[in-house]
Design a protein around this ligand. Structure first.
Ligand SMILES: [Fe+2]
Ligand SMILES: [Fe+2]
Length: 222
């Protein structure tokens, strides 16, 4: 069975946590939870004991990063431009360049999304992807989210978190570095590319519940 979380569960978590003021603001929490999951998937690729399981975790990482990046471009960055004005425009410009530029997140993801872990180039390319991703995540965590959440009313933060999670359900699930990052153009391209990606996803294996349990056991032994 596939362990990708159901969208409604994501939304329920946001609503439950929305009631607890000791948690980070909902939008920041939704973005941050995805960021943390990327490191776990990479750890699982590395610790998996056979190639087929490594491929399943590679597919999970691709699926998660591709949806996350495009959903941010359709929800987070427009919100920054709306609430932070010119500062938001400049911050989101940096973010889009970190997503899209040559050999940045989408390009690095594109390089590994179909590469076998038995290929000697796979591991250095995975490390390169994670270097780009960590650098970019720091920018979102330290520069974007604190500025945005400071201005967002709680209800708006909750609405954006729900929109971010729901948008992930309709966007492409693989990297398309040549696609635009601008809101209107991307919406159209995303709608065209998403069904093709989802069809290809049917042909790919994803981690099972058993894979998840085994990865957890390996983590506990460390
Ligand atoms: Fe991002
Ligand atoms: Fe992000």
């Amino acid at each position: 069975m596939h362990i990708i979380p159901a969208s409604q569960e994501d939304v329920d978590v946001i609503q439950r946590r929305g009631a607890n003021d000791s948690c980070p603001p909902p939008f920041e929490e939704a973005i941050g939870a995805d960021h943390q999951s990327f490191d776990i998937y990479v750890e699982n690729i590395k610790s998996a004991t056979d190639d087929a399981e490594k491929i399943r975790w590679r597919n999970q990482l691709t699926w998660a990063v591709a949806r996350h990046a495009i959903s941010e471009e359709l929800t987070l960055y427009p919100a920054m431009e709306k609430w932070l004005g010119e500062e938001g425009v400049q911050l989101s410009k940096t973010d889009k360049e970190q997503h899209q530029g040559r050999l940045k997140v989408k390009e690095s993801l594109y390089e590994i999304q179909d590469m076998a872990p038995t290929d000697p180039s796979f591991w250095p390319k995975l490390d390169t992807l994670m270097d780009h991703l960590h650098h970019h995540i720091e920018h979102e965590k330290d520069e974007d989210m604190p500025r945005l959440e400071k201005l967002l009313p709680r209800a708006e933060s909750e609405a954006l978190a729900r929109s971010f999670q729901r948008t992930k359900n309709i966007v492409p699930t693989r990297s398309h570095p040549a696609a635009p990052t601008e809101y209107y153009a991307e919406s159209l391209v995303a709608l065209l590319a998403a069904p093709i990606d989802r069809l290809q996803d049917w042909l790919r294996d994803f981690p099972t519940e058993e894979d998840g349990k085994r990865a957890e056991e390996r983590r506990e032994k460390l």
